[in-house]
Ligand binder design. Structure first.
Ligand code: ZN
Ligand code: FE
Length: 277
């Protein structure tokens, strides 16, 4: 039976480990040591490595893992990652026959130029693009790209389990509450996730359904979110064009700026916490 286990690395990275009783694949091994320890403890053979983007806190452990035995290494086409055996992008399929798994590759640029996600078996591994109740900082792409990437992920089924690269949930919920103070689902989520953290447990995976109900970056057309975006933008509210902007178009524009704002402010604290950028 397949299990997906978070192996912790650095301060708040999760190296998602897909395993059965004998074999394992890892997603975004920023550090080799915790993976090697986990595999040894559980007597598992590593059969594949998947990377979502080139940041060191996601790929730094790959060379040391390969020293212990060659396995296929998948990662984004167009990013400088050493030791990839297969560079992939939108439309490609990654199969891990040893675990009976198959993932569609989605291009989700924004955090980095060619960031990808792996989607299959009702699971999404999305690195630093979509976080629980937040989104990644826009480092190499544009806010428009990030917005389009989030919309692409939002189109997946509500049941999709979302495995992100970092435990940022509580800080993100704080930002989300300031954006949408009246969102009851968000209040309930905060209580639940706070309990999980107090018990030392991850708040992940989340589901896309929960994200659609609480993540402001997937709720860019909600009136309360648009209103908050406008408040942040200050001057925009006084713009007479705003009077006419009841339609989708400006709302989308605002949403993009909210993504950018989240990248600059809501995500600001994340930079310090992200290792090895
Ligand atoms: Zn990153
Ligand atoms: Fe990261």
């Amino acid at each position: 039976m397949l299990e997906i286990v978070p192996v912790k690395a650095f301060k708040d990275n999760y190296i998602w480990t897909l395993r059965d009783g004998k074999r394992a694949a890892v997603v975004d091994p920023g550090d080799a040591r915790p993976v090697i320890d986990y595999l040894a403890r559980e007597k598992l053979e590593l059969v594949a490595i998947l990377a979502t983007h080139h940041h060191a806190d996601h790929v730094g452990g790959i060379p040391a893992l390969l020293e212990r035995g060659r396995v296929p290494v998948y990662g984004p086409r167009g990013e400088p990652i050493e030791s990839l055996t297969r560079a992939v992008g939108e439309g490609d399929t990654v199969t891990i026959p040893e675990l009976g798994l198959s993932f569609a590759v989605l291009d989700i640029p924004g955090h980095t130029r060619a960031h990808i996600a792996y989607y299959g078996a009702d699971c999404l591994f999305c690195g630093d693009t979509l976080f629980a109740c937040g989104c990644g900082r826009v480092f190499e792409g544009t806010p428009e790209q990030m917005y389009a990437s989030l919309e692409k992920l939002r189109a997946l089924p509500d049941s999709t389990k979302v495995y992100c690269g970092h435990e940022y949930t509580l800080a993100n919920i704080g930002f989300a509450r300031s954006v949408e103070p009246g969102n009851e689902a968000l209040g309930a989520r905060e209580a639940r996730d706070r309990r999980l953290r107090e018990a030392g447990k991850p708040t992940l995976p989340t589901t896309l359904g929960d994200e659609k109900a609480t993540n402001p970056f997937l709720r860019c057309l909600e009136p309360a979110v648009v209103e908050s975006a406008n408040k942040y933008l200050g001057a925009r509210a006084a713009d007479p064009v705003r009077e006419l902007a009841v339609g989708r178009e400006l709302a989308v524009g605002d949403a993009r700026e909210l993504v950018q704002h989240g990248g600059l402010e809501g995500g600001g604290a994340q930079v310090d916490r992200e290792v090895g950028l």
